[in-house]
Design a binder for this molecule. Structure first.
Ligand SMILES: Cc1cc2nc3c(=O)[nH]c(=O)nc-3n(C[C@H](O)[C@H](O)[C@H](O)COP(=O)(O)OP(=O)(O)OC[C@H]3O[C@@H](n4cnc5c(N)ncnc54)[C@H](O)[C@@H]3O)c2cc1C
Length: 495
């Protein structure tokens, strides 16, 4: 509880809100006990925490509408939560706000194999969609590494990506229709079951809106047919420059692999230690590449990729011979973050995305910055779409290390902007990167974001304080960080 809030404020809010909520929501679905509330204090960005006023676990759309109407009348903020696997403090509660946990919305309502769509609740786990549609030889393409746990509502709100998004797009490209509850409790439908829809594309707007514009209560997703054939390879490199340049060359040659990932040596060793997948621990970097499609197409593309990898001095190339081999290579990659969690008490995962031509240079520069800040940075990332995930290892119980880790994170994001990239590729902004929004966007652009937010949520009750910084916050941040002179970031080397 902050100095600005007293126990009396909290008690008063509870006594105003609870009787209203209880008119339509069963008591067991409302949590007010501080001990139980501690389970909802943070998402996977565990260094930021806040207890909500209370948590509601609604079971029906009408209950969600009731929560929103009560909070709208009493002007109490609401933060939606899916599975809480977010990496940016997006579903961290706000002080004296309601946390709306969508866990009980876990039904797959319809699988329409002929139209290749499924209608699902927002609390359905990402992987559960592909599991349920496998008998129809269909799957849901967005596949975040957290897909075992994360919810499709969270995927929509974060516009989540994954290893196969290079070829098949992010969540926004795989969602057709959304049912939304607005801040005042109104239900609206965005998009349609058809491939296109008239009017503004508000479905796309909702993807990546991080719970600031509405609560997602139903999602119609697109399903894709499983490819006839898929081939996975693992290539080792003696230098990160060669690995980075090979990635750019594969894309430059007009090839679009289903997945194209890169891991540095510390990442390789950490993964190998946990998964024993046969990754070459003496390599400076590995590339994982998956090609899919018709049999002949895959064979042609595989031979082109191998030529490129050899041209950039790949020291060893393993081509998966069986589905089990492919599974082993991918399962190890997807276990990267648990593997890194064994290396240090805390792990600050960045998400900047850069033009692929700058991969090798930025990777090198990140290592220079890591030395300057005396911290270890591990790179495991979706290289094919330039989505870097440098992971800064640190110990948050050491104040100095904690401070250095966050400063280094800011430097890395500045570096991404400097080379023409962006501060988030798939994890979103939340609270974690809110200051860096001030670096990426001008005052005029942020003003438009605020105008949009106002159109949906005039009282600023939905996930307030996240994603879009106030202009005052930016003025303060920029005064501290933006140096005067010609270059926006004169302390960085220009590319
Ligand atoms: C080990 C690990 C690996 C990961 N790998 C990836 C990856 O490869 N790609 C990737 O994109 N992400 C990845 N993530 C991040 C995270 O899993 C995704 O952002 C995911 O989409 C979050 O889903 P969630 O259900 O956990 O959402 P939460 O963390 O609960 O919430 C995330 C945001 O969505 C909002 N929200 C949730 N549900 C709703 C709803 N029904 N309506 C409106 N807003 C809602 C919340 O308010 C919050 O702003 C990873 C995370 C971990 C821990």
């Amino acid at each position: 509880m902050s100095a600005s809030t007293t126990r009396n404020d909290r008690d008063q809010l509870l006594s105003d809100l609870c009787p209203e909520l209880c008119k339509k929501i069963p008591e067991h679905a409302i949590i007010t006990n501080p001990e139980e509330l501690s389970a909802y204090e943070c998402d996977a960005f565990t260094t930021m925490r806040q207890q909500p006023l209370l948590t509601v676990l609604p079971e029906t759309i009408e209950q969600v509408q009731h929560v929103m109407r009560c909070c709208f009348t009493l002007e109490i903020p609401v933060v939606a939560r899916g599975a809480g696997t977010g990496l940016t403090a997006g579903s961290m509660p706000v002080e004296n706000g309601v946390l709306l946990a969508m866990t009980k919305f876990d039904q797959i309502h319809e699988i329409d194999a002929a139209n290749r769509t499924a209608l699902v609740d927002p609390g359905v786990r990402n992987l559960a969609i592909s599991e349920a549609t496998a008998p129809y030889n269909l799957y849901f393409a967005p596949d975040p590494s957290s897909q075992l746990a994360c919810s499709v509502g969270g995927n929509v709100a974060e516009n989540a990506g994954g290893v196969h998004c290079l070829k098949y797009g992010l969540t926004v490209h795989n969602v057709l229709e959304l049912e939304i509850i607005t801040a005042d409790g109104t239900m609206i439908t965005l998009g349609s079951a058809a491939l296109d829809s008239a009017g503004y594309d508000l479905t796309a707007l909702m993807c990546g809106s991080e719970g600031l514009l509405g609560i997602v209560v139903k999602v119609r997703v697109k399903l894709l047919p499983k490819p006839d054939c898929a081939s996975v390879l693992l290539a080792a490199f003696a230098t990160i420059e060669d690995a980075g340049t090979a990635i750019a060359a594969i894309i430059g040659a007009g090839l679009i692999p289903a997945g194209l990932e890169m891991i540095d040596q510390t990442g390789i060793c950490a993964i190998e230690e946990l998964m024993h997948a046969g990754y070459p621990t003496d390599a400076a970097a590995v590339i994982i590449c998956e090609l899919d499609g018709g049999k002949e197409e895959v064979a042609d593309e595989l031979s082109s990729v191998i030529d490129i990898l050899k041209r950039f001095n790949a020291s060893a190339i393993e081509i998966a011979q069986t589905p089990e081999d492919s599974k082993r290579i991918w399962a190890a990659r997807k276990a990267a973050f648990p593997a890194l969690a064994r290396l240090a008490p805390d792990n600050y995962i960045m998400d900047g995305t850069i033009p692929r031509r700058a991969l090798a240079q930025v990777w090198k520069q990140i290592n220079v910055l890591a030395d300057q800040y005396n911290l270890q940075v591990v790179n495991v990332f979706h290289a094919g779409d330039g989505n870097m995930h440098p992971s800064i290892l640190f110990d948050s119980s050491d104040d100095d290390q904690h401070k250095r880790a966050f400063e280094l994170g800011t430097r890395i994001l500045e570096l991404c902007i400097e080379v023409g990239g962006t501060i988030s590729g798939e994890h979103g902004i939340g609270l974690e990167k809110i200051n860096q929004m001030c670096l990426q966007f001008s005052e005029k652009e942020l003003t438009q974001f605020h105008a949009l937010k106002q159109a949906f949520d005039a009282k600023t009750l939905l996930n307030p304080g996240k994603q879009i910084p106030t202009l005052a916050r930016c003025a303060e941040f920029n005064a501290m960080h933006v140096h005067h002179g010609d270059m926006p970031f004169p302390h960085l080397e220009r590319f």
